[in-house]
Design a protein around this ligand. Structure first.
Ligand code: NAP
Ligand code: MG
Length: 479
């Protein structure tokens, strides 16, 4: 195979246009490879192949055998851990230790869903006398998957693991900016021996291959992770064909620190959850809400920690790497410039390693103090290493602030009071609430997804299997 091929119906082939796209290393801005520029025609062929697999050998395979194939893929990923780690770090710019974690997580998804494939069962319902009712959990059929560039390897497992475990056949459109690991993972999957058409991979541009997939009338569900703007486009085009969507669209997740919390532990976790993947994590804790009585003390400690942060090329394995592209670098720097113009004050900045290439897409980790509640830094997803600190007055104020953005993905609550932990967990409108901890992107077993602009539907855990299946009610009148 050639890295500029698409994978359709069990074969690596040239995209129908013959066109390719260059892909670069964010640490240097240098070209590292070419990928296919898949077209609507490729997507159409991929959807048809998936349909044949679903109606044929893959759809008829026993759940235990489907599970075995997925588990074997998980094992194979671990056997290629070093190679995949190096590829993921080079292609995304993320530090090696994080790339390694991502590759392990990709393997875990296939292990988890491989084990779950034969444990997904329906129900029976008591009904009228003389009747028996059963609820079958059936796969949706052909599922379309559009994923972003921030965690390509993890996303490959997160989206395909449950879809395949539930018995669907899939078409995946990875992000143009970073899809080398998805190509390699597809190659490993092909070696495992999934029936032809079970997994199809069509790299390419969002407006071309992505739009063709989300508007295709041959898919039964679309799963998308990315920006809210594209999420709206996806939903509109899917609506034309009455295709349901699972959408994960990012967040502005708060870390809420009360006076009685363990500050040292909170600071370590808050910083780690922000700088992970250079802030390019949908569930990054990008706002720290601090009880006013401890605000000054807490900021002294947080500032001290923040100043130690270091950014550099992926292979230096520092706290942060470059952001993904020139476009994202300019977007993040735009937030910094506007903050300066608006008089929002920087409390601390990390350093960019002097060895860093001037052509790499680096942004220093930046902590802002006393961010006004109506400022974009308090409300908008930056998707970079930028943390906004905001004081709050009391519990009610903290809840108001936590829920005061358009997003609702995850939240961290830091307090020793058990009753308060419970009240906040219930009051916060977010798909996950962590108490005295925070897990950005983690927890394969844990259902994950948004409220409001953060999207809808749930991924991860058994909830994802429910999304990728549909309930069918069968009513027997046995007299
Ligand atoms: P994006 O445009 O939403 O990209 C996500 C995926 O959707 C990519 O595979 C993209 O393809 C594809 N896509 C783009 N336009 C499409 C269309 N019209 N129809 C179908 N698919 C389409 O995200 P981005 O431009 O990479 O990043 C922009 C912002 O989105 C970020 O700054 C961040 O705020 C947010 N974001 C959020 C997440 C998250 O995890 N929730 C991840 C990434 C970005 P191509 O990239 O190949 O064009
Ligand atoms: Mg894009």
């Amino acid at each position: 195979m050639n890295s500029a091929d698409v994978f359709i119906d069990g074969k690596w082939v040239r995209p129908s246009s013959g066109a390719t796209l260059d892909t670069v290393a964010p640490s240097t801005g240098k070209k590292i490879g070419t990928i296919a520029r898949g077209t609507a025609q490729d997507i159409d062929l991929a959807v048809q192949a998936a349909r044949r697999a679903f109606e044929g050998p893959w759809g008829q395979m026993a759940a235990v055998d489907r599970g075995r194939l997925l588990s074997r893929l998980g094992q194979k990923i671990l056997e290629h851990e070093d190679e995949l780690t190096a590829l993921e770090a080079l292609d995304t710019g993320k530090a090696l230790k994080l790339a390694r974690n991502d590759v392990k997580a990709a393997a875990r998804y296939f292990e988890f869903y491989g084990g779950a494939a034969d444990k997904l069962h329906g129900e029976t319902i008591p009904f009228l006398s003389g009747y028996q009712v059963m609820i079958l959990r059936e796969p949706r059929g052909v599922t379309g998957h559009i994923i972003p560039w921030n965690y390509p390897a993890q996303m490959f497992g997160r989206t395909l693991g449950p879809a395949l475990a539930a018995g669907n056949a899939a078409v995946l459109k990875p992000a143009e900016e970073a899809c080398l690991s998805c190509i390699r993972l597809t190659e490993l999957a092909a070696e495992i021996g999934f029936p032809d058409g079970t997994i199809n991979l069509v790299p390419g541009l969002g407006e071309e291959a992505g739009a063709a997939l989300s508007s295709h009338d041959g898919i039964d569900l679309i799963s998308f992770t990315g920006s809210p703007e594209v999420g709206v486009l996806i939903q509109k085009s899917a609506a034309e064909n009455h295709v349901p969507c699972v959408l994960e669209l990012g967040g502005k997740s708060p870390q809420i620190v009360f006076a009685d919390a363990d500050h040292t532990k909170a600071i370590e976790t808050i910083v780690a959850a922000l700088v992970q993947n250079t802030g390019q994590t949908c569930s990054a804790g990008s706002r720290v809400l601090i009880e006013r009585s401890i605000y000054d003390d807490f900021m002294v400690q947080l500032t001290r920690r923040f100043k130690q942060l270091r950014t550099g090329a992926h292979d230096l394995d520092l706290d942060c790497g470059p952001v993904i592209s020139k476009v994202q670098q300019e977007r993040v720097l735009g937030f910094l410039e506007r903050a300066e113009k608006d008089g929002v004050q920087i409390a601390a900045q990390g350093t960019v390693d002097p060895s860093s290439s001037a052509d790499g897409y680096f942004v220093p980790p930046t902590l802002y103090r006393m961010v006004p509640r109506d400022h974009e830094l308090a409300l908008e997803e930056v998707f970079g290493p930028v943390l906004a600190a905001i004081p709050f007055d009391d519990e009610a104020d903290a809840i108001r602030l936590a829920n005061g953005t358009d997003y609702g993905l995850i939240a961290g609550v830091w307090t020793d009071s058990g009753a308060r932990q419970m009240r906040l967990a219930k009051a916060i409108r977010a798909g996950q609430v962590y108490v005295n901890g925070y897990g950005a992107g983690g927890g394969i077993e844990l259902p994950f997804g948004g409220f409001k602009k953060s999207g809808h539907g749930r991924e991860k855990g058994f909830e994802a299997l429910r999304e990728f299946t549909v309930a069918k009610t069968v009513v027997f009148n046995h007299g």
